[in-house]
Design a protein around this ligand. Structure first.
Ligand SMILES: Cc1ncc(COP(=O)(O)O)c(C=O)c1O
Length: 401
């Protein structure tokens, strides 16, 4: 195989469970909040009354009945969707692959906000793109350094046409770019003729309901927006969308059709039926409540277990699925992740989110799917691993003692 699939091959390991291991690794939603009886009734009605359409191939469009449901979701962050700018996907993972194949060419460079979701970097590499991390300052992605980086790359002969960003409750840091910073980044993108790829699965999962204006809302012609039902409904339906600038719509739709032939009419029908009966607000509120509670339990347990005198730093996120720990002395967190596994808790080492070996001092903890009563125990196990001396320190202590 000519393409580079390195991180993708590692991904399934994040979802491995078993035995007594408490998993803080896979970014899975808490499906306990789903009204399964209602969904089951709607699905069975869909199959009974319209099964021959719902189970057939369909046209490569977001179904008419689903467009208002997508428009409603995007409007909550000031974004815009209508029948003309939408392309259906089987989730943002497919959206990322479609973007890379349709809008990039092998050998071109894509700038990536890091630490980055490994599925994105894997998709870009698989399409033959070169990855380059975009520099940050204390407010996140830095527009001034973006200008410098792009100019340097271009004068060295690289073709740079895209910038990938996961701007709200970022996977893995939980961080959100402010609206003024977004506007500055877009100004730089326009100057540099860079297309901004906005990947936004978590934007509606702010614990207090606050949302942040999308890049797409600020400049729909400069932004390719990737939306998904995975985190606000359920990933098992494998449904999402791209909201594209008019001039890119055709190329993206063509590649999306090549990847999947047609979206799932059954999944789109189920989502449209759910929306027309219940709307999104109640379900999203239930998800938010669940994640707020779990995040508080986890952050409180970390405070209690690690105390103030710890080399590990983190910030309480305001939304999303993740807590990001960093080692103050930049120690390699990989060995702590291994020690954690030996203590019966799984976390993801920061190197998974890197573009060129950076972020090895990080650990991602996911709170969204851990049973509430297991959180304190999981963090207790993790703390035991994080406070364990390094192997050579252990040997020195053994010799001395
Ligand atoms: C930042 C980010 N982008 C995309 C995805 C893929 O999501 P989907 O289920 O929509 O393919 C994920 C999944 O965790 C994610 O965290």
């Amino acid at each position: 195989m000519w393409t580079d699939t390195r991180p993708a091959a590692e991904l399934p390991k994040l979802f491995e469970r078993g035995g007594d291991v408490i998993s803080l690794s896979g970014g899975l939603p808490d499906l306990d909040v789903l009204p399964l009886d209602a969904i089951s009734t709607q699905l069975s009605r869909l199959v009974r009354l319209g099964g021959k359409l719902a189970l057939q191939y369909t046209t490569p469009h977001v179904a008419k009945a689903l467009v208002p449901a997508v428009a409603d979701l995007m409007a909550r962050e000031d974004g815009h969707a209508d029948g003309d700018n939408l392309i259906p996907t089987s989730g943002s993972q497919m959206g990322l692959t479609a973007v890379a194949l349709a809008l990039g060419a092998p050998g071109e460079t894509i700038l990536v906000q890091t630490p980055a979701y490994p599925g994105a970097t894997a998709a870009f590499r698989t399409a033959g793109l070169e990855l380059h991390g975009a520099a940050e300052d204390e407010n996140g992605l830095d527009p001034e350094q973006l200008r410098t980086t792009v100019r340097e790359l271009r004068s060295a002969g690289a073709t740079v046409r895209m910038l990938y960003v996961n701007p709200t409750f970022q996977n893995p840091t939980g961080a959100t770019l402010s609206v003024p910073r977004r506007a500055e980044i877009l100004t730089a993108c326009r100057e540099l003729d860079l297309l901004l790829i906005e990947d936004n699965p978590y934007g509606l999962l702010g614990f207090d309901g606050a949302t942040t204006t999308l890049f797409q809302a600020l400049d729909p012609q400069q932004v390719v927006y990737l939306g998904t039902f995975s985190k606000i409904f359920a990933p098992g339906l494998r449904s999402g969308w791209i909201a594209a600038p008019q001039h890119l719509r055709h190329d993206l739709a063509r590649v999306a059709e090549i990847i999947s032939l047609s979206p799932s009419a059954l999944a789109q029908g189920a989502l449209a039926a759910f929306y027309s009966r219940s709307g999104w607000t109640d379900l999203i509120d239930r998800y938010r409540d669940s994640y707020r509670e779990r995040c508080t339990l986890m952050a409180d347990a970390l405070d209690a277990e690690l105390g103030a005198d710890t080399p590990w730093t983190w910030q309480r996120p305001d939304g999303g699925f993740y807590l990001w720990l960093r080692h103050r002395d930049r120690a390699d967190a990989g060995r702590y992740a291994q020690a954690a596994a030996a203590h019966g808790v799984s976390v993801v080492p920061g190197g998974h989110f890197s573009v060129a070996g950076e972020h090895a001092d990080g650990l991602r903890l996911c709170f969204s799917n851990v049973p509430r009563k297991k959180i304190a125990e999981g963090i207790g196990r993790l703390a035991a691993a994080l406070t364990e001396p390094a192997p050579q320190e252990r040997e020195l202590t053994a010799v001395a003692g």
